[in-house]
Design a protein around this ligand. Structure first.
Ligand code: NAD
Length: 341
């Protein structure tokens, strides 16, 4: 066990999912006049917050916050123009948390999540009481940071904290068809409340267990994705080099045992699946830098639980090399790296 400081709280770190003994009873209803906060309007958050604003009651308040003032200005302009809703901007995450009760965050990684929650909890003055605050963090981060933040939120009396990372990419965020995987320690009412919030931005919300379980699920999924993407790229390259037609080969694989998301939806070969990033010069998908981050996080998690990941090191090296040649592209660009060896 060791100590870590987040905000005003010194938290005791133990291993395994965190279980909060006190189950506060949150209302699971979304009716009535409610106030919502969204922190981090990036590729995912921008679209999620737009869907949220459309689906909550017109009389509800949505307050947004992002370190990039251009993004919040664009968001306010776009949403007010198309949907005629009132959007407020908070200068800081703390200001946002003071005024809202359901707060969703979608941030780049562990450092930004720590910064945001330090700013929310780190003031000498506690958050104003009278609101049953629920923090839902959709960022892909590590288990330790997520558990530290959850403990700090609860021990400071600021509300509940749930990890709810997501899958489905930017298209899923735009079309409100994301899959969320969440970890929540608390009453069934808390779980219901979290689900009802997440389903405003997605199609599926899996409650995987206690706080932290969502992170474990997400990193497990993305490790599999990291490997299956490389395997698809290698296999497609081998088949094409042997003289097979790329489209015919893909159709055969997708009705056989090699089928996976990387072969069926995000096929790495240009000209095969029209909607895949490979057909638009690998633009606008799941950035190779994000896959590198997730592979590192999955490797740390595997080390913590002594689960061997035999392919992780090699896979990370392939993504690093591919990124040097194709910076800023979708992670399926590893096909180009492999094909041009
Ligand atoms: P992004 O980098 O596009 O967006 C992050 C946003 O957070 C940016 O607008 C940035 O300005 C803002 N931000 C950074 N630090 C901040 C702070 N301290 N306070 C307020 N705002 C801050 O990232 P993204 O692609 O939207 O991804 C968000 C999260 O979702 C990441 O953890 C990512 O791994 C995960 N994710 C992304 C995808 C995808 O396809 N992009 C898919 C699934 C999960």
């Amino acid at each position: 066990m060791h100590r870590r400081t987040i905000g005003r709280a010194v938290v005791m770190i133990t291993h395994g999912p965190f279980c909060h003994p006190c189950s506060r009873n949150f209302s699971s209803t979304l009716s009535g006049r409610a106030s919502w906060g969204f922190i981090g309007l990036g590729q995912m958050g921008y679209n999620m917050a737009k869907n949220l604003r459309r689906k909550i009651s017109p009389s509800d308040t949505l307050i947004v916050c992002d370190v990039d003032a251009n993004i919040t200005a664009k968001f306010v302009q776009e949403v007010s123009a198309t949907d005629k809703f009132d959007i407020q901007v908070a200068k800081t995450a703390r200001e946002l948390a003071e005024k809202t009760e359901t707060i969703i965050s979608s941030l780049p990684g562990p450092e930004s999540v720590k910064l945001v929650f330090d700013s929310i909890l780190g003031e000498q003055v506690p958050l104003p009481s009278g609101r049953e605050r629920l923090f839902i963090d959709c960022s892909t981060i590590d288990l330790t940071t997520s558990q530290d933040v959850a403990r700090a939120v609860i021990s400071s009396g600021s509300g509940q904290f749930v990890d709810a990372p997501m899958s489905g990419g930017v298209v899923g965020a735009q079309t409100a068809s994301l899959t969320f995987m969440f970890g929540a320690s608390g009453s069934p009412q808390l779980v219901d409340r979290v689900k009802s919030v997440l389903l405003l931005m997605g199609k599926k919300a899996w409650h995987l267990g206690l706080q932290g379980a969502g992170i474990s699920g997400k990193l497990t999924n993305n490790y599999l994705l990291a490997i299956s993407n490389i395997a698809t790229a290698e296999a497609m390259n081998m088949g094409i080099k042997s003289g097979l037609d790329p489209k015919g080969l893909t159709e055969m694989i997708n009705s056989s045992t090699g089928r996976c998301w990387s072969s069926a939806v995000n096929n790495p070969v240009p000209g095969v699946i029209e909607t895949a990033p490979a057909c638009r010069n690998y633009e606008g998908g799941f950035g190779i830098h994000l896959m590198k981050k997730d592979l590192k996080l999955a490797t740390e998690m595997a080390q913590e639980f002594q689960a061997p990941l035999i392919l992780a090191e090699k896979a990370l090296e392939i993504y690093k090399q591919a990124e040097k040649i194709h910076p800023g592209k979708d992670f399926s660009v590893v096909y180009q790296y492999i094909a041009n060896q």
